[in-house]
Design a protein around this ligand. Sequence first.
Ligand SMILES: Nc1ncnc2c1ncn2[C@@H]1O[C@H](COP(=O)(O)OP(=O)(O)O)[C@@H](O)[C@H]1O
Ligand SMILES: [Mg+2]
Length: 229
Amino acid sequence: MREEWIFADKHLSKISVSSNPNNEPVSVHGTSDHLRCIGIGTDAAVFQSIDVPDYAFKMYANDRVQKVQIETEVYEKLGDSPYFSTCFGYKDNYLVLSFEEGINLYDCLLQGIPIPNEVIEDVDQAREYVRQKGLNPRDIHLKNILLQNGRAKIIDVSEYVKPGNDMRWEHLKKAYDLYYPFIKGKPVPHLIIETIRKTYNHRSIHSAPFDEFMDQTYSFLSKFWKKED
Ligand SMILES: Nc1ncnc2c1ncn2[C@@H]1O[C@H](COP(=O)(O)OP(=O)(O)O)[C@@H](O)[C@H]1O
Ligand SMILES: [Mg+2]
């Protein structure tokens, strides 16, 4: 039996995705009245189809299509879990996932939407689950976590086959515990959040330790909000 998601295929074939230098978000080429772009990452763009809206189609950039297989295999190993999307299949350059409602944590910060503590606990549990399945929970950052009915859904598992700890989650958690109570519910301007993101991503072994980076960021934010009051 053909899966119903195949109805989106002819529309997806009108679209292509290309990557950009410096790990900047991908570019989308072409359009279709049947598709809505619901997210842009650094490897792929994600679409929802108006004909079969329960699915999310993660289309990889032309030079990253080998990741389709890798991410599919990660989903197979993860099996059924409330912390992750379901992967229904794949084709050439895209993965077919369950469409997940919700707003990512990056947008929560931008809009001042409170991020409850349960989300942090869920991500910790999800990471434990990933390790139990023999995988490595990497690349867990604000744009890869959705706030869904007060709980967490992790939406990008492509790096779980890579070794090493990128420390992203540990750092985010530390910032959440120490500073989030002071900024909870306050929208963080886009320019500020992007400056923090870029400074963090370009830190080198010669840069200040993470704790110092966090202190400086927080003191900058406090001054900014004082000026606004
Ligand atoms: N299953 C899904 N349901 C709804 N939105 C999704 C889904 N998967 C991804 N997205 C959206 O698309 C964006 C990019 O997807 P992501 O898998 O993180 O791509 P990349 O591997 O390029 O980082 C996410 O930040 C999210 O907003
Ligand atoms: Mg991502």
